[in-house]
Design a protein around this ligand. Structure first.
Ligand code: ADP
Ligand code: ASP
Ligand code: MG
Length: 417
């Protein structure tokens, strides 16, 4: 019999009534003949609360104990959903990551899945038992619980789908698919029927948190058919059981998309910071002197802009980084001041990166130019720009986030009628 993975995010399991509703979605698929593995997140807000507790206990704490604490939210929901399933006559049991086991690397707090032994799951599914799996967690090489980074239950789901050879991985969330941009800030955003893996990867890594980046990578590598759909639909609605084409967004290979748009979506990522070094010597080795100490401190630098100097002696160097790393970066640069040799360092914190994404950009000129024009017409100042084959990213002051996203959304014809 064909296997199906169903993943439910935090808002979908926010309380007992919603967990009951999830149980009805699961029962529908079981009744339709699927062997079902369910992956659940913690109740919404729970993981934030647990993270805050670890910080309150000690701002600098042992990452293995952080994992022991924050993984607990998923343990609760997996047990509760198994109970609700049993209540409506569905044979089900809960599984923690270590029981499967889902093996990860040792990067506690942001671990990567290395291997999943699907054999025990496959055996139980074959006996007609639904597996309710705690997402977001696995077992590290040190034999301790490891978590997969925020939003990691998506990755648990896709990895399990690959491990058990599931025909599909349905990601149930609080929106009914992937939209042209975050529907919470642009009410005119449109739902996309299909998005290519490459575009979804860019959208996720540029801020659209509807799927964790790593889950899209895994779906692409393992060819997992991933659907994003809503858990708030009525589980009894007959349209939801459509085997081949359930309502939602399919993440698929580019060649499955018939009508390619120039621009598919707009993403934004808040909490960006910018640092500028003024009057840096314009000579070989300077970029290394700036960025090697930052890399050694595990600070992820993103956009880098270096001006060409007029007189060949000094230049300005600007780069962006996550705001959470701002203080540490400033102190690393201060320490390396003599080695780098700059006149002064300036920083801004309240920034946002807005990105325009589309595979059609590969064969279309002028997409960036029209974005710059449209933002200029709204009086929005651009602080930095980066581009790749299928995206343009623009750094602006965060006060203009909504205006910029809405402006670009209309500019590229993405607004719903
Ligand atoms: P879950 O708890 O189910 O994992 P998330 O909050 O992680 O849900 O992701 C769903 C949210 O992602 C939506 O509520 C929406 O606000 C946000 N989002 C951001 N960009 C997009 C987009 N392009 N399409 C759909 N949702 C998006
Ligand atoms: N509960 C975890 C989080 O909030 C994992 C997830 O929801 O995917 O990040
Ligand atoms: Mg999520």
């Amino acid at each position: 019999m064909a296997r199906l993975v169903m993943k439910f995010g935090g808002t979908s399991v926010a309380d007992i009534d919603r967990i009951r509703n999830v149980a009805r979605h699961v029962k529908r698929e079981v009744d339709a003949g699927w062997e079902v593995a369910v992956v659940v997140s913690a109740m919404s807000g729970k993981t934030n609360e647990l993270v805050a507790w670890t910080r309150a206990a000690a701002p600098m704490h042992d990452a293995r104990e952080y994992d022991a604490v924050v993984a607990s939210g998923e343990q609760v929901t997996s047990g509760l959903l198994a109970i609700c399933l049993q209540e409506i006559g569905v044979n089900a049991r809960s599984w923690q990551g270590w029981q499967i086991p889902i093996k990860t690397d040792n990067a506690h707090g942001a671990a990567r899945i290395l291997d999943i032994d699907g054999s025990k799951l496959i055996e139980r599914l074959g006996e007609g038992q639904v597996a309710v799996i705690a997402g977001f967690q696995g077992l590290g090489p040190d034999n301790r619980i490891a978590t997969l980074g925020r939003g990691g239950s998506d990755t648990s789901a896709v990895a399990i789908a690959a491990a058990i050879g599931a025909a599909r991985c349905d990601i149930y969330t609080d929106v009914d698919g992937v939209y042209t941009t975050d529907p919470r800030i642009v009410p005119k955003a449109k739902r996309l029927d299909r998005v290519s893996h490459e575009e979804m990867l860019e959208m996720a890594s540029l801020g659209a948190k509807v799927l964790q980046v790593r889950s899209v990578e895994l779906a692409m590598v393992h060819g997992v058919r991933t659907f994003v759909r809503s858990s708030f639909d009525d589980p009894a609605d007959p349209r939801l059981g459509d085997v081949d084409n359930p309502p939602g967004t399919l993440i698929c290979d580019e060649d499955e998309i018939v009508e390619k748009q120039v621009v598919t979506g707009i993403a934004y990522s808040k909490d960006e910071a910018q640092i500028s070094l003024r009057e840096v010597a314009d000579k070989p080795g300077v970029a290394a002197a700036v960025f090697v100490p930052l890399a050694e401190a595990n600070i992820n630098v993103d956009m880098i802009v270096q001006n060409v100097s007029e007189d060949g002696t000094t230049t300005d160097m600007t780069f962006t980084l996550p705001v959470a790393d701002f203080e540490r970066a400033m102190s690393e640069l201060e320490k390396a001041k003599d080695k780098i040799g700059y006149a002064k360092v300036q920083g801004s914190r309240d920034l946002v990166k807005v990105s325009v994404i589309g595979i059609g950009m590969r064969s279309h000129a002028g997409v960036a130019a029209s974005a710059f024009q449209a933002l200029a017409a709204k009086g929005i100042n651009i602080r930095a720009i980066t581009t790749s084959e299928i995206k343009i990213s623009i750094l602006i002051d965060s006060a203009y986030t909504e205006l910029a996203v809405r402006t670009l959304h209309s500019l590229y014809g993405l607004d719903a009628a």
